[in-house]
Structure formats: structure tokens, C-alpha cells
Design a protein around this ligand. Structure first.
Ligand SMILES: [Zn+2]
Length: 441
């Protein structure tokens, strides 16, 4: 008797943990039931993936969906629509919303909201503050929580934890890996007087210089070494840190952003002005080369978008009043596929950075590889498809992308989340079926 599946993906080239292989995939009850399926197998739904690569569902482990916040900028429904249109099966969302996600009550609200309104699966960061340290050990084990996020610099209000005493107390509070925004707050404040309102946007990278980031990471690594608490350094943006972190591989993992791999100063500031301003800043070509070296020598564990939308009119304010942060959740996959086609990294390494990497760093359960029993999350990509990224394609309400005008080769054609086809050929399908990602507790 022939086998029957809920979904069959036929004739694609799958990126398996052990390499690329032309094989069919059978899905049952939202999970991968079989790799390699008999010709006479049947299914309720069959996708012909001829000419396509079948990747494990890609994960962006660093987004700010701004919800609760300004609905005219972004929300969880709009940001996850953008994610699935851009080929992402899951995103991990940062806690610095208005209000921030820093306690049991706000976390419970978000857990419930995500499972009603999200179009893809989500992991949730909980913000560490100076006042919630006693609760962090419990909060980090919450449903769907990918970890504690600490802003050791570059934040305002209660999310800033800049001094060694509080950082050490945070590190001694629990045991899961903590994700850090690493820029030294004291150095940022000390240097602020050297710069003036209306200075050219490129001054952004002079204010927030290499030493701001490197000093922040040295301080964090000293404390991580002393406490033994695992660390994940988000958006590493200097050659110095990438080199330094090689001596902390027993404790620390790290991320680079697609922006630091793609955009370069001073061009980004001259061309994009406020729409090129983010933290840590985009720097010169030598930093971009260092980031690529670190991608290709294995130093880098994950790549993220740091999707951080702002209203267009705010981005038009003179520097430094224009808020830092760029959109990216919808563009990370096309831009990375374009880098693959340009020969900057193999497709298998891109999948490692966007699937196995986040799974390893955050302890994801049941996602991050094409293997029997894993969630049936897939991103189907056409490596030959040529498109231009345009503002008009962006579904985040803020409506802009710093990659507008970029010609891309390689495009996501379908996104499948636990067996549900949520995007096909640029169309969002069905209803919001997102769930919270599961993590090793
Ligand atoms: Zn961020």
C-alpha cells in the first residue's frame, strides 16, 4: 500500500545537515515524516519544487517588532507577514517595546498575543533590568523564551544595565545563554560632547567607535569568565571583537548582521543619511571584510537582521536625533541568497547561520534542520530568480528598506511553517498560525 502524507515536497534539492541532496520530503502532523519518498506516495497537498532548493525554515534570531508600540511603524502581525514574505519560518523578538517585556505579566500577554496573531513562529527575549534580576532565573524558562537580553549600552530607561556590579548580578541570576548589546555606555556618554546636532550622518560611526564596541565586549567577557555564564554577543561590528572572541569559544557565541556584511561606510551615510544609521554603526570596508572572514572561518554562529523599524519622518530628523535602527526582516533572506550567488559563502553555510546556528546558540527544540521528526518548516528558494528590492514590496507599515534599489539573484518562493504553506509566490496564505518556539529549558 502506498504511503499517504499531509504534504509532499517533490523534485527539490534539499539542504540536509550532511549536504545538498535531491530528495522528496513527506510531512505528517506538522512534522517531517520522511526524507526520500516512494514515487507512488500520495498527499493532500503536493508542492512541485523542480528547480528550487528546499532549505530548513530559516530563522532570524534578532528582530524588533515594536509591539506594543507605534502601530504605524510595526506590529507582530505586520512584522511576521513581512517575515514569511521574506522567507522566514521563525523570528526571535526583542523586549524593548513600549512597555518593555520585563515581567511575568507582560510576558504572558505577549505569549498569548503571538499565538493568536503571528504568521510565523516566534521566540521571545525577556529584558533584563537592574530591578528584575531576582526574577530572571524564572523568566528565562518561560514558554517561548529564547533568552534574556541585556542592553549593556545604547539603551534608555530601565533596560540599560551598564555597570559591572549589575551585569555580574544578572550573570549570576540563572543559567541560560544571555544575549548582549555590547557597546560601552560610559565611553558613549564621554564622547557625546565631541559631536553636534546636524553633523553629517557619518559622524555616527566616529561617536560609536571601534573601542566603544570592543571595550564593551572585553568587559562582558571578563565577567562571563568570572561567572561562567554563557554569552551571545549580538551584532559584532569590529575586527577586534571577532578576533578576541576566538579565545572565548567555550563561553561565547556571536552574531553578525546582514547590514554589516552588505553595507559600507561612508557610502551608506552619504547615500542613505538617517536610513543608514543603526547601532552598532555600519563601518568601513575593512570591517566588512573582517565580518566575512569570520563568517567563513566559523567564528560567527548566527546572522540576524536586527530589524528595527522607525517612522520615516523620524529618520529624516538631523543626526543624532534620527533614531538608530533599520528595517530588515523582509530582506535578510534575499540579501543573503544574493551573497551566496556572489560566491561570498556557500548555501550550506547560510543555512548553518540561519538554522543550525540559532538552534545551537539558543537551544531550539525541533527546528533548525531537515530531519525526520523535526518541525516541517521549509524555505523554498529559487537561486536563479532575479528581482530588485523596492520600498513598495515592504509590508512593514513604516514602508521603507535601506536595501531599496538593490538587484538580487536568489529569492524565497515559499515559506512553510509546521506543514502550513504560509507564503507562496509572493502571496501570504491562510491565517496566522504562528506558535511559540520551544527551547531546551
Ligand atoms: Zn537589536
Amino acid at each position: 500500500m502506498s504511503e499517504h502524507f499531509d504534504l509532499l515536497i517533490r523534485h527539490g534539492v534539499c539542504i540536509l545537515p550532511w549536504g545538498a541532496e535531491a530528495t522528496d520530503v513527506g510531512v505528517r502532523h506538522g512534522r517531517i515524516a520522511a526524507l526520500g519518498v516512494a514515487a507512488d506516495a500520495t498527499a493532500a497537498q503536493v508542492i512541485d519544487a523542480t528547480g528550487l532548493h528546499v532549505l530548513p525554515g530559516l530563522i532570524d534570531p534578532h528582530v524588533h517588532l515594536r509591539d506594543p508600540g507605534d502601530k504605524a511603524v510595526e506590529t507582530i502581525p505586520t512584522g511576521t507577514r513581512a517575515a514569511v514574505l521574506g522567507g522566514l519560518a521563525a523570528v526571535f523578538d526583542m523586549p524593548n517595546t513600549a512597555p518593555s517585556i520585563t515581567d511575568e505579566e507582560k510576558l504572558a500577554w505577549k505569549q498569548d498575543y503571538v499565538e493568536r496573531e503571528a504568521w510565523c513562529d516566534m521566540g521571545l527575549y525577556v529584558g533584563g533590568t537592574k530591578s528584575n534580576i531576582p526574577e530572571l532565573a524564572k523568566l528565562e524558562l518561560g514558554r517561548g523564551v529564547c533568552g534574556i537580553k541585556i542592553f549593556a549600552g545604547s539603551s534608555t530607561g530601565d533596560l540599560l544595565v551598564e555597570d559591572d556590579e549589575h551585569l555580574e548580578r544578572v550573570m549570576r541570576s540563572g543559567r541560560r545563554r544571555i544575549a548582549y548589546h555590547s557597546e560601552d555606555e560610559y565611553r558613549l556618554q564621554d564622547r557625546r560632547h565631541m559631536f553636534h546636532r546636524g553633523d553629517p550622518h557619518r559622524r555616527h560611526m566616529e561617536w560609536r567607535d571601534v573601542e566603544c564596541a570592543f571595550l564593551g565586549t572585553r568587559r562582558l567577557m571578563a565577567l562571563a569568565r568570572a561567572t561562567g555564564r554563557p554569552a551571545h554577543i549580538l551584532h559584532v561590528s569590529t575586527a577586534e571583537e571577532l578576533d578576541y572572541l576566538k579565545d572565548f569559544r567555550d563561553l561565547a557565541t556571536c552574531e553578525v548582521l546582514v547590514n554589516h556584511l552588505t553595507q559600507v561606510a561612508p557610502d551608506c551615510y552619504d547615500r542613505l543619511e538617517g536610513f543608514g544609521v543603526m547601532n552598532p554603526p555600519i563601518r568601513g570596508p575593512e570591517v566588512q571584510q573582517a565580518c566575512w572572514r569570520a563568517v567563513n572561518d566559523g567564528t560567527v554562529d548566527t546572522v540576524g537582521s536586527d530589524h528595527a523599524p522607525h517612522a520615516r519622518d523620524k529618520k529624516l530628523l538631523p543626526w543624532p536625533d534620527c533614531p538608530a535602527g533599520l528595517t530588515g526582516v523582509q530582506t535578510i533572506v534575499p540579501v543573503m541568497l544574493n551573497h551566496v550567488n556572489a560566491g561570498r559563502l556557500p548555501l550550506t553555510r547560510m543555512v548553518d547561520l540561519m538554522c543550525a546556528g540559532p538552534a545551537r546558540v539558543y537551544g531550539v527544540v525541533g527546528k533548525g534542520r531537515l530531519a525526520a521528526g523535526y518541525d516541517a518548516d521549509f524555505t523554498l528558494v529559487d537561486m536563479k530568480q532575479q528581482r530588485r528590492i523596492e520600498d513598495s514590496w515592504i509590508v512593514s507599515p513604516c514602508g521603507w528598506t535601506p536595501f531599496a534599489g538593490m538587484d538580487i539573484t536568489g529569492w524565497p518562493m515559499a515559506t512553510i511553517v509546521r506543514g502550513n504553506v504560509v507564503m507562496r509566490d509572493d502571496e501570504v496564505l491562510g491565517a496566522p498560525i504562528g506558535k511559540l518556539v520551544r527551547f531546551v529549558g
